[in-house]
Design a protein around this ligand. Structure first.
Ligand SMILES: Nc1ncnc2c1ncn2[C@@H]1O[C@H](COP(=O)(O)OP(=O)(O)OP(=O)(O)O)[C@@H](O)[C@H]1O
Ligand SMILES: [Mg+2]
Length: 250
């Protein structure tokens, strides 16, 4: 459902993403892990057509993103790490605007927006200005907006920062239910617990390169460690960092 073929992104002489190849199946929840600056957000921005790749190809649901961007984007949704929401309109107006962008048919638009407010527990706030929403409510609104056009592919960059436990539980349940409906989820996260709990496969990126890929079982065997945290540290932490961690534990 998502194919990244030899994807490379350079900024000047700096290579942020280096020859990345990934094939994500329909219905899969894929976890994209890596330390700060590893290239996760850059990969995602290229995947969503916000940055042009220096080399390589992105194919979403069989549509080549460079050749057929509208078809590729029409079946995809993106929740960025720092979502932008217009503050001076109401939640309902925001959802209606997004539904219009994605050409949700006028006949069903109003009911889609109402259902969506209901599903994300925002019905009572639908007519309030977004600027009065709490952080978690804005997050729920952004997720609601992303799902309005019933996308086949959901790409999420660091979704759960600042979510309270109820919001986090709701979001995890939502991703599971989307996957059960055959939707494909590509998620970058620093939460190893979420990755362990939710993801069918995990890829680890370091310095722009994919250094590990597989199910949790496969990664455990590959790194000869049991916990994802230990696997992650073993594969990505510089030796001097590991020494600092050991010294602090002593
Ligand atoms: N527009 C840009 N111009 C120059 N360098 C950039 C640009 N965008 C990203 N980079 C660099 O590319 C590298 C990867 O950044 P990226 O944001 O993809 O990392 P990340 O894995 O998402 O990190 P984090 O976990 O902190 O979100 C970093 O070194 C960053 O400074
Ligand atoms: Mg990032």
């Amino acid at each position: 459902m998502i194919q990244l073929e030899h994807l490379t992104k350079r900024f000047g002489s700096f290579t942020a993403v280096n020859d990345l190849c990934l094939d994500i199946a329909e219905g899969e929840i894929f976890g994209f892990l890596g330390p700060n600056g590893a290239g996760k957000t850059t990969t995602i921005r290229v995947m969503m057509g916000l940055l042009k790749p220096t080399a390589g190809r992105v194919v979403l649901g069989g549509h080549d993103l460079a050749k057929n961007p509208l078809a590729a984007k029409a079946i995809s949704a993106f929740i960025p790490d720092r979502p932008f929401v217009y503050e001076k309109i109401s939640g309902r107006e925001f959802l209606d605007f997004i539904a219009g962008l994605y050409q949700v048919p006028a006949a069903t638009r109003q009911s889609r927006v109402d259902e969506s407010l209901e599903l994300f527990a925002l019905s009572d706030w639908g007519d309030e200005l977004v600027e009065n929403y709490s952080h978690g409510m804005k997050q729920r609104l952004v997720v609601a907006a992303a799902l309005l056009h019933d996308p086949q592919i959901l790409v999420v960059d660091e979704p759960m920062i600042g979510m309270d436990p109820i919001g986090a539980r709701m979001f995890k349940a939502l991703l599971r239910s989307l996957s059960l409906k055959g939707k494909t989820v590509f998620m970058s996260t620093h939460s190893l617990e979420v990755a362990e709990e939710l993801c069918d496969r995990i890829g680890i990126i370091l310095g722009g390169q994919l250094i590990a890929l597989g199910t949790l079982d496969e990664l455990q065997q590959h790194a000869n460690e049991g916990r994802l945290e230990d696997i992650f540290l073993k594969l990505t932490a510089a030796p001097d960092m590991l020494e600092v961690i050991e010294a602090l534990r002593a």
